[in-house]
Design a protein around this ligand. Structure first.
Ligand code: SAM
Length: 262
């Protein structure tokens, strides 16, 4: 199944179902992301913010609150089909982030979360995204790294989980859908793209089976497992453990990297 990376994995998904999935995903990652951006992006009322791959638009609502009515918030996605209701001063643009910037040099912050790891050429995307920034503006990218997902709980269940995760990751690597270790490569990619004053933060946590988050993760893994042709019994055993209270595992990480346009 080579070539899956040429398209985003939810392409063709039912729009209302995909909106609910994207809203839920954004909700789970909102507290960490907002804390990270508050510390690293020096956001202030009146600033101009671009979000690329804005999905359901959940973060656009937060940016609107932070920059206020004198600010500017542009949400860009290649499909606006999943956007919810959005307040002023949010505006939307349906475009591909590889396109030349429609408003070059305009933004104080350009932000994208859970987007670059899905793209065929993330380095070209970084260069494109930085072209929307004012000189001195901040590029902030958050990407997944799930190469270290591992059971904390021991015994047979822990061994079954680790073997299942290894099987799923091998299938993901074979398809080229996403590099499981993408997040840890982000900072070097920022350097190569010519960004300066880099910072890196990592969301690194242990999760418990049966939590809202772990059940969401299990549901996602079932969809992805079917797409990549992984053994359904193996996928089911991993997902069942993610749904089991008392089972603990090292969760997927999110790497957040910021850098300034010279
Ligand atoms: C996994 S979702 C993440 C949504 C949101 N950033 C979040 O963290 O909740 C990825 C989003 O990137 C968008 N996307 C993927 N490839 C894109 C491209 N080439 N140009 C613009 N948007 C793209 C998808 O349409 C989708 O909305």
């Amino acid at each position: 199944m080579a070539g899956l990376k040429e398209r985003y994995f939810a392409d063709g998904a039912d729009p209302s179902g995909e909106r609910v999935r994207l809203e839920a995903l954004a909700g789970f990652y909102a507290p960490w992301t907002q804390d990270w951006l508050t510390r690293r992006a020096s956001l202030k009322p009146g600033m101009a913010v671009l979000e690329a791959g804005a999905g359901s638009g959940a973060m656009l609502r937060w940016f609107a609150q932070v920059v206020g009515p004198r600010g500017d918030v542009l949400g860009l996605d290649r499909t606006l089909a999943h956007m919810g209701e959005l307040p002023a001063p949010v505006r939307l643009m349906e475009a591909d982030l590889y396109d030349p910037p429609a408003e070059p040099g305009r933004f104080d912050l350009v932000y994208a979360r859970l987007v670059l790891e899905h793209l065929p050429d993330p380095d070209a995307a970084l260069v494109r995204l930085s072209q929307w920034l004012k000189p001195g503006g901040v590029l902030a990218i958050a990407s997944l790294d799930f190469a270290d997902v591992k059971a904390i709980s021991g015994g047979e269940a822990g061994k079954r989980f680790d073997a299942g995760i290894a099987h799923i990751q091998a299938a993901i690597r074979d398809t080229g859908l996403v590099d499981p270790a993408f997040g840890r490569t982000l900072k070097d990619r920022f350097t190569a793209a010519g960004l300066e004053t880099l910072t890196e933060d990592v969301l690194d946590r242990v999760s418990e089976g049966g939590s809202d988050w772990s059940r969401f993760l299990a549901a996602n893994n079932r969809v992805i497992g079917a797409m990549i042709g992984a053994d359904p019994a193996v996928v089911d055993s991993v997902c069942t453990l993610m749904e089991t209270p008392g089972f603990h595992f090292i969760d997927q990480k999110v790497h957040g990297v910021t850098g300034r346009r010279p």
